[in-house]
Design a protein around this ligand. Structure first.
Ligand SMILES: NC(=O)c1ccc[n+]([C@@H]2O[C@H](COP(=O)([O-])OP(=O)(O)OC[C@H]3O[C@@H](n4cnc5c(N)ncnc54)[C@H](O)[C@@H]3O)[C@@H](O)[C@H]2O)c1
Ligand SMILES: O=C(O)C(=O)C[C@]1(C(=O)O)C=C[C@@H](O)C=C1
Length: 368
């Protein structure tokens, strides 16, 4: 198989619908059909153009026999059952992939039930959001996002290449690793942060029970560190249960760090505290640019924008018209109305040009 022409997406929520939109916009895929147990999601995915047609059931559907690729974009725990149903209907040579956030559990569950004439290539795009459902779908979600594949042995080269080409066309940066390495890393960079964000919300929630003002004082710090706590409880339960050992290990490491911090603070050791913050600041600044989700911290400015229609568009158009490329952009929802935009640039020259232009146009800004 050289190219993927027809796709079926099972689960047209945030990830499934985003993948549909991205394939429609950036690839030559000719048709995308979708299935979801939630009929409203299916309708919405069709309306926004993420899919062209609907698969009305997974038990007996001829459309599944006509596609080159099936993407499983449901919560992880239901994937084995769905796979069981669809692999009875796809034609030989079909590629099946998933976008599940953990890989080891799934591989153990499905390895022995795979039909030998289909190619299953597990995947995980390192991009997303706390929003669920097709309403939050974004054709650009995969742009510059690291996309991990954990291929099984043996995976036919031409099938793998066909999937890689499609994913590269939607802007993803492919990375290959074993399920075990993947799960260890995501426990650290994705799952622990989620657990921490949730426990932080709970801890502050306790303080809020005694004082009504607590959440009204929450500004960028609290909001930046807890955005992800608004994510789907269903998705996160599946993630945690399917990667519990690695997550528990990271929780132990984190508790050690927290205990150390507590010791230094309780002992009132200002110099030690300062040195800890300094070391952390340096480590945070080392995180490389161009990794989606980690906005560049070197060439960055923060602009205050008014609470007006098209406020973000005015800033981006101003820079765009001057030929200044924004390498990353983030809306910091510090205030309920209006807000703060964080913009990142590839180098100091672009940053300086942007700074001058925006100041000249009357924007209040801070270079970070
Ligand atoms: N949200 C993220 O940031 C993110 C990022 C990378 C990977 N993922 C992974 O992508 C997958 C989907 O996550 P999402 O964020 O798109 O969630 P979502 O809730 O937005 O979408 C999931 C969709 O699957 C449907 N669904 C649930 N059970 C089903 C079933 N049995 N049969 C058919 N459809 C079913 C739901 O109705 C929903 O439309 C998950 O496995 C998740 O781990 C999520
Ligand atoms: O909310 C975001 O910005 C995300 O990218 C979500 C996020 C993450 O932890 O980074 C969440 C789970 C996924 O498996 C991948 C990505």
């Amino acid at each position: 198989m050289n190219r993927i022409d027809r796709i079926a997406i099972i689960g047209v929520g945030l990830l499934g619908a985003s993948l549909g939109l991205a394939c429609k916009r950036f690839t030559s895929v000719t048709e995308i059909v979708g299935y979801d147990q939630n009929k409203d999601h299916l309708k919405e995915a069709l309306e926004i153009g993420a899919i062209d047609g609907i698969i009305d059931n997974l038990e007996n559907n001829s459309l599944l026999g006509e596609v080159d690729l099936v993407v499983l974009a449901t919560p992880i725990s239901v994937i084995p059952d769905i796979l069981n149903k669809i692999q009875k209907q796809v034609r030989p040579g079909t590629i099946i992939t998933d976008v599940g956030s953990t890989k080891g559990w799934l591989m153990e569950k499905i390895n022995n039930q795979l039909r030998s004439d289909i190619t299953y290539i597990p995947g995980h795009p390192m991009t997303g959001s706390e929003v669920s459902g097709p309403g939050g779908a974004d054709a650009y979600l995969f742009e510059n996002a690291v996309y991990v594949l954990t291929p099984l042995e043996p995976t036919p080269e031409d099938r793998q290449q066909a999937l890689v080409e499609l994913l590269e066309e939607i802007g993803a940066k492919l990375l290959f690793m074993s399920p075990a390495e993947h799960d260890r890393i995501v426990a650290a960079v994705s799952h622990l942060p989620h657990v921490m964000a949730c426990t932080l919300v709970e801890a502050v929630g306790q303080a809020a029970r005694d004082d009504d003002h607590v959440f009204s004082l929450a500004a960028g710090g609290f909001k930046d560190t807890t955005r992800i706590a608004a994510g789907s409880p269903r998705m996160w339960t599946d993630i945690c249960l399917s990667n519990s050992e690695e997550i528990l290990e990271m929780i132990r490491t984190f508790k050690g760090e927290l205990a150390e911090f507590e010791r230094v603070l309780a002992a009132n050791k200002g110099e030690e505290l300062f040195n800890r913050f300094k070391q952390t600041q340096a480590l945070r600044q080392e995180i490389p640019e161009k990794k989606r989700g980690l906005i560049a911290s070197t060439y960055e400015l923060v602009v205050t924008i008014p609470d007006q229609p098209k406020a973000i568009g005015k800033v981006t158009s101003l820079l765009g018209e001057a030929g200044i490329n924004i390498s990353d952009i983030e809306l910091l929802q510090v205030r309920e109305s209006g807000g703060t935009l964080r913009l990142a640039f590839a180098d100091g020259e672009a940053l300086k040009l942007a700074e001058d232009l925006l100041r000249e146009a009357g924007y209040k800004l801070k270079v970070k």
